[in-house]
Design a protein around this ligand. Structure first.
Ligand SMILES: Nc1ncnc2c1ncn2[C@@H]1O[C@H](COP(=O)(O)OP(=O)(O)O)[C@@H](O)[C@H]1O
Ligand SMILES: [Mg+2]
Length: 444
């Protein structure tokens, strides 16, 4: 077919590049150029850009070409790349692979799936899916994972753009199913070259048995989790929303981080867990929530948000806070996104961050009373507690948190080994040396 150039505007002609010549070239000219290239020692030329590759395979010129782009964040793009790889394998010999030009060969990259597991995914290439493979119409998919030219685009004829849009949408829906290799996992969000990076973390193992909290706290947690559990469908039906925010407050060492781990472990598998580090909370919260769109139900953990969202009286321009509020408000329009924040001091947070619609539930973990302290001693002493009156020892530990009691037991074991008396334990508790070791601001 002889492709006629688009009707020329009476304005300045664009610069003449090899690409512009090729677009307008007849088959004879292309053949002549190819022969020239071969004579000069090159392999027969692949098309020098995804656009030209698509023009050639779809039989249109650049004016007749449409591009349907995905404008999401990096991990979402890699995950779409993994589906591209799946479809390439499915259609085997029928697909045609081209390079992105610039002298680059088609390139495969790796998606990290945790220790020892990697998935090979197309990272820089353009692929033709002929008619009857991905869609009734022929489509080309271009993927580029380089930070500065990041792209996932479906190229089609203008007439077939609806088909391209349908394929992109179906790809995005498939990411919310088991076809997404990161779904249901524990992911750690950090910043890498200014963008959010989601790395696979080990599964969280924690259960309620190991965490000693007052019963009314557990009752509140259960109400919060009902939106993700047995009340989910009812909430949806009534239009009450299934995306919720929980803020866990309390002094250092009372078990806030531990509680978040327990909740994340209970939701594991059904929910993807994203643990945000301080940098990603501070600089890329919007991008972090944009990543959640590729996972279906997700729990976002913002541990120690007071480090990032401290209320700055009169300081005015708090960009992080504004981004954070916008991200949380946006999430409430969506389904199945749980946000769990922790803070040592809820008063240090800007009141706007706490407003009811942002964190639906604020749970304050109090320092344990005497009865809970006795249970905490029992929890950490295990069999070493036999024969010790834990209630009496607990009374000497007024003001101690769970972390403090764990430390008291640790010191007692370090000093006395496996066998110590109640008096030994009380001496350690009274000594107060454990106080300096309060665990502060530990990350998950
Ligand atoms: N109520 C509790 N029950 C059991 N262990 C606790 C409790 N509170 C704190 N701990 C233990 O103390 C340590 C610090 O707890 P953490 O959850 O990091 O405290 P926070 O996040 O409130 O500062 C952890 O090892 C945790 O298991
Ligand atoms: Mg903590």
């Amino acid at each position: 077919m002889t492709a006629s150039p688009p009707p020329a505007e009476p304005t300045e002609p664009g610069p003449t590049t090899i690409e512009s010549i090729l677009v307008a070239a007849s088959d004879e000219t292309r053949a002549a150029l190819r022969t020239l290239g071969e004579l000069l020692g090159n392999a027969p030329t692949a098309c020098p850009s995804p656009t030209l590759f698509a023009c050639r395979h779809l039989g249109v010129d650049t004016v007749g070409l449409a591009s349907t782009k995905f404008n999401g964040p990096g991990t979402a793009l890699s995950l779409l790349g993994s589906l591209l790889g799946t479809e390439m394998a499915r259609h085997g010999e029928r697909v045609v692979v081209g390079s992105l030009g610039e002298g680059l060969p088609p390139t495969w990259g790796q998606l990290d799936l945790g220790p020892g597991a990697k998935l090979s995914i197309p990272s820089r290439m353009v692929v033709l899916f002929p008619a009857g493979t991905l869609a009734a119409a022929p489509l080309c998919i271009a993927v580029d994972d380089r930070n500065w030219s990041r792209e996932f685009a479906i190229l089609s004829t203008v007439a077939d753009k609806p088909a391209a849009e349908g394929v992109l949408e179906s790809f995005r829906d498939r990411l919310k199913t088991g076809e997404n290799p990161l779904r249901g996992r524990v992911l750690e969000a950090s910043l890498c070259d200014g963008s959010v990076r989601l790395g696979v973390a080990p599964p969280i193992e924690a259960d309620r048995g190991g965490l000693i909290l007052p019963d009314d706290v557990w009752a509140e947690i259960d109400i919060f989790l009902a939106a993700a559990g047995h009340r989910r469908d009812l909430m949806r039906r009534l239009g009450l929303g299934t995306s919720r925010g929980l803020l866990v407050a309390g002094p250092p060492g009372v078990g806030k981080t531990h509680l978040v781990r327990v909740i994340a472990a209970e939701l594991a598998g059904r929910f993807t867990t994203i643990l945000a580090d301080a940098n990603s909370m501070r600089h890329a919260i919007a991008e972090l929530y944009a990543e959640t769109e590729s996972f279906g139900p997700t729990v976002v953990v913002l541990d120690d948000i007071d480090l990032v969202l401290a209320h700055r009286d009169g300081s005015g321009n708090n960009g992080t806070l504004a981004d954070f509020l916008a991200a949380l408000d946006g999430v409430h329009q969506r389904e199945d996104i749980l946000t769990i924040g922790t803070t040592n001091d809820p008063k240090s947070l800007d009141p706007a961050a706490q407003r009811a619609s942002r964190f639906d539930v604020v749970i304050t973990l109090p320092p344990p009373d005497a009865a809970l302290r006795a249970r905490l001693l029992g929890r950490y002493l295990g069999p070493l507690g036999a024969g010790i009156d834990l209630v009496t020892v607990a009374e000497t530990l007024d003001g101690a948190t769970g972390a403090d009691i764990k430390e008291v037991v640790r010191r007692a074991v370090l000093e006395h080994g496996e066998s110590f008396s109640q008096a030994d334990l009380v001496r350690v508790a009274d000594g107060g040396r454990w106080k300096a070791n309060v665990v502060r601001r530990r990350y998950l």
